[in-house]
Ligand binder design. Structure first.
Ligand code: SPV
Ligand code: MN
Length: 586
C-alpha cells in the first residue's frame, strides 16, 4: 500500500517508480531509502532495475551532466575524475570501529557524525539513483544482495556494467548491504569514505570508482568481515581456468598493478579482481562477485594484451577514465604502442606534449592509474562457468608480488599452512599507482588485501588456516614474482608467465618434477626447458634458470625476519603463524 510510504519518498518518486517500489514490499528498503533522502535531500529518485531502458537513461544522464563525454565510437565514453582524486584515497578511508592494526579506524559515533554531516543536503537539486545488485550469480544460494544509492550517473552506469542487476530478488523483507555515495562538491578536503561493518558504507566528495562504486572495494570490507565471522574467504583475487589435460581453476592474488589482470587473460576468465571462496561439502569453490572489469589501461597494447585490446576496440560498451581525449574523439594512453599525440584533454585539463605542472614535473598524457570499465561478456576468453551457481573448484592459489630483488618467479608451498603464511601472509610488494602517494616503495601487503582488511590480521589468518583444515582437499599454493631484476634489467619477459602457469597445471597433473628448497618446491631445469619450448616455442638457457631460480637466502631471511616482527607486534596473531615463520627461518 503506497499510502504507507513516508512523504519524503512519495514526494520524490514518480508514480511508476512508486509502484515499482511497492511491488517489492520490502520494509528494510523503504526505511533505508527514506532515511537517505531525508539526509541527502535529492530532488527526485530513480530506481534502476537494470533494464535496457534504465541503461539508456543512465547513460543519457551521465552525458547530459558532463560526467561522461561521448567518443567517436558511439559505444565508448570517457570520464574524468578530479586531478587529486585519481586513485583510492587511503588517508580518507576509515572503518567505524575500535583500533585494528594497519587500518584507519574512527570511533563509530564520531565517524558517522562527521560523514553524515558532510552528506547532509549533498544531493539538493540532483537526481538520486538507486541500484539493486547481487554479488555473485543471482541464482546462487551464496549470493549477497546490495543496494547502491548515488547522485552520480557515472557511478550507477559503471555498476550496471560491473555487477549483476537483481531488482526482483529484493522482494519481501530480505536484507542487503548498503552503499551511499554523493559526489558532493568535489571538495577533496572533505572527501570521506566511512565503513560501518554493520553493513553500510558512506562515501562523499570523490568520484574515482575505487572510492565511489560501492560494490567493489567498499563492499570487500563488508564481505571480508562477514567471511571471517562465517568461515569462508572474501579475497582480492582473480579466478582463471588453466588448461592441461583438463581445465584447472586457480585463484591469483596480486597487489594492484603487478600482473593480476594480465595473468587472468592467459586462461579462461572467471574473475580479474575479486573472489568469494567457500567450503562446499569439503571442496573449495569460488565465485566472482562482479560481472565486469575495472582495469588499469597503462601499458595495454595489441601485442602484450591482445584480448583486452580487442575489448577496447570492438563495438561493446567501454567507459574510459582519466586517459587522454584526443581532438578526433578517440583516446590515448601511455604504453599503447601508438604515437604520443600533440595535444588533447586529460585529467588535469587542456594538455599538450611537454606540459609541466607547477613543480616543473611533466604531466603524462593519461594518468598512470587511468582505467577502462567493461563487461565480462566482452571478453573472448570468458568462461561460461562464471555464472555457475555452484562456483568452480579451486585447485591452486597464487600469491604474487612485485619484488625486484629476491623472490623466485614461481615456487610451490610445502602445504596449506606453509603457503598461507610464508607466501600469502608474508607478501611485500612495490607500491602501486592505484593508491594516492609515492609509487615503488616496498610495502607489507598480505594477500594483496592490506588496503581492504576490516578485521585484525590475526583473526583473518586464523580463519584462513582453519578454512584449509576443514577442506577434504586443500588447493596447492604458489608464490609468483614477475619482476626479478639484475643490473641489466628484468630477468623474465612478459610472456614467461605462460610457462609458470603451465608448470602449475603440470604439477596438478603429476607431470612436472620439483626441487625441494628451504622456501618451497621450485621447477627443475629440464621441465622448464620443455615448457619454454612447448608453450613459447623458444629456448631456455641454464644461465637464465640459475639467475631466476637461485634462492637468495639472505634476502629471504631478512624478509621473513621483518614479517615475523610484524606478526609478533600484532596482539592476536595465532601461535601457528609464528611457528611456521620460525620453521622458515631455520
Ligand atoms: C585495485 O586498485 O585493486 C583495483 C581498482 O582493483 S580499485 O577499484 O581502485 O580498487
Ligand atoms: Mn583490485
Amino acid at each position: 500500500n503506497m499510502e504507507v510510504f513516508p512523504e519524503s519518498l512519495r514526494g520524490r518518486l514518480s508514480s511508476s517508480m512508486l509502484s515499482k517500489l511497492n511491488q517489492l514490499n520490502n520494509n528494510y528498503l523503504v526505511t533505508f531509502l527514506s532515511s537517505i533522502v531525508e539526509l541527502c535531500e535529492p530532488d527526485s529518485v530513480y530506481l534502476v532495475e537494470g533494464t535496457g531502458e534504465d541503461l539508456e537513461y543512465v547513460k543519457r544522464r551521465a552525458l547530459e551532466n558532463g560526467e561522461e563525454i561521448p567518443l567517436r565510437n558511439r559505444n565508448h565514453t570517457i570520464h574524468f575524475d578530479h586531478p587529486l582524486d585519481q586513485a583510492r584515497a587511503r588517508e580518507d578511508t576509515f572503518i567505524l570501529s575500535g583500533k585494528i592494526p594497519f587500518v584507519n579506524t574512527k570511533p563509530k559515533e564520531e565517524g558517522l557524525k562527521e560523514v553524515l554531516g558532510i552528506l547532509k543536503g549533498s544531493m539538493r537539486n540532483r537526481e538520486m539513483f538507486v541500484g539493486f545488485y547481487s554479488l555473485g550469480p543471482v541464482n546462487s544460494k551464496h549470493r549477497i544482495l546490495a543496494v547502491q544509492v548515488t547522485d552520480s550517473a557515472y557511478v550507477i552506469h559503471s555498476e550496471l556494467m560491473l555487477y549483476r542487476s537483481a531488482f526482483k530478488e529484493f522482494r519481501g523483507n530480505v536484507n542487503f548491504l548498503r552503499f551511499v555515495h554523493s559526489k558532493g562538491t568535489q571538495d577533496i578536503k572533505k572527501r570521506r569514505i566511512a565503513i560501518d561493518l554493520d553493513g553500510t558504507v558512506y562515501s562523499v566528495n570523490t568520484t574515482y570508482a575505487g572510492n565511489s562504486v560501492g560494490l567493489k572495494k567498499l563492499a570487500l570490507r563488508l564481505t571480508l568481515n562477514m567471511a571471517v565471522k562465517e568461515g569462508w574467504l572474501s579475497e582480492h583475487m582473480a579466478i582463471i581456468g588453466i588448461d592441461g589435460e583438463r581445465t584447472h581453476y586457480i585463484t591469483a592474488s596480486f597487489p594492484s598493478g603487478s600482473g593480476k589482470t594480465s595473468t587472468s587473460m592467459l586462461g579462461k576468465l572467471i574473475s580479474d579482481d575479486l573472489a568469494f571462496i567457500r567450503n562446499v561439502e569439503g571442496s573449495p569453490r569460488a565465485w566472482n562477485p562482479e560481472s565486469g572489469v575495472f582495469g588499469i589501461i597503462h601499458g595495454i597494447n595489441s601485442r602484450d594484451d591482445p584480448i583486452i585490446w580487442e575489448v577496447l576496440h570492438q563495438n561493446d560498451e567501454v567507459i574510459f577514465s582519466n586517459v587522454l581525449l584526443k581532438p578526433d574523439g578517440t583516446v590515448y594512453w601511455e604504453g599503447s604502442g601508438e604515437p604520443e599525440p600533440e595535444k588533447g584533454v586529460n585529467f588535469a585539463g587542456e594538455w599538450w606534449k611537454g606540459k609541466k605542472d607547477e613543480n616543473g614535473k611533466p604531466i603524462p598524457a593519461s594518468h598512470p592509474n587511468a582505467r577502462f570499465t567493461v563487461r565480462l561478456t566482452s571478453f573472448r576468453n570468458l568462461d561460461p562457468r562464471y555464472e555457475d551457481p555452484k562456483g568452480v573448484e579451486v585447485e591452486a592459489m597464487i600469491f604474487g608480488v612485485k619484488d625486484y630483488n629476491t623472490l623466485v618467479p614461481i615456487a610451490e608451498a610445502f602445504d596449506w599452512g606453509h603457503g598461507v603464511i610464508t607466501m600469502g601472509a608474508s607478501m611485500e610488494s612495490a607500491r602501486t599507482s592505484a593508491v594516492l602517494g609515492k609509487s615503488d616503495e616496498m610495502e607489507f601487503n598480505p594477500m594483496a588485501l592490506l588496503d581492504f582488511i576490516s578485521v585484525s590480521l590475526g583473526k583473518y589468518l586464523s580463519n584462513y588456516l582453519d578454512f584449509g583444515k576443514r577442506l577434504s582437499k586443500t588447493p596447492r599454493i604458489y608464490s609468483a614474482n614477475y619482476f626479478l631484476k639484475d643490473e641489466k634489467g628484468f630477468l623474465n619477459s612478459k610472456e614467461d608467465k605462460r610457462v609458470w602457469l603451465r608448470w602449475i597445471a603440470d604439477r596438478l597433473e603429476g607431470k612436472a618434477d620439483s626441487i625441494r628448497t628451504p622456501i618451497g618446491y621450485i621447477p627443475t631445469y629440464d621441465d622448464l626447458f620443455r615448457l619454454f619450448s612447448q608453450v613459447l616455442g623458444k629456448g631456455y638457457s641454464r644461465e637464465s634458470y640459475e639467475a631466476q631460480f637461485t634462492i637468495r637466502l639472505k634476502g629471504y631471511k631478512e624478509k621473513f625476519k621483518r614479517i615475523k616482527d610484524i606478526y609478533l607486534s600484532i596482539e592476536d596473531t595465532p601461535s601457528e603463524v609464528i611457528e611456521i615463520l620460525d620453521r622458515q627461518l631455520l
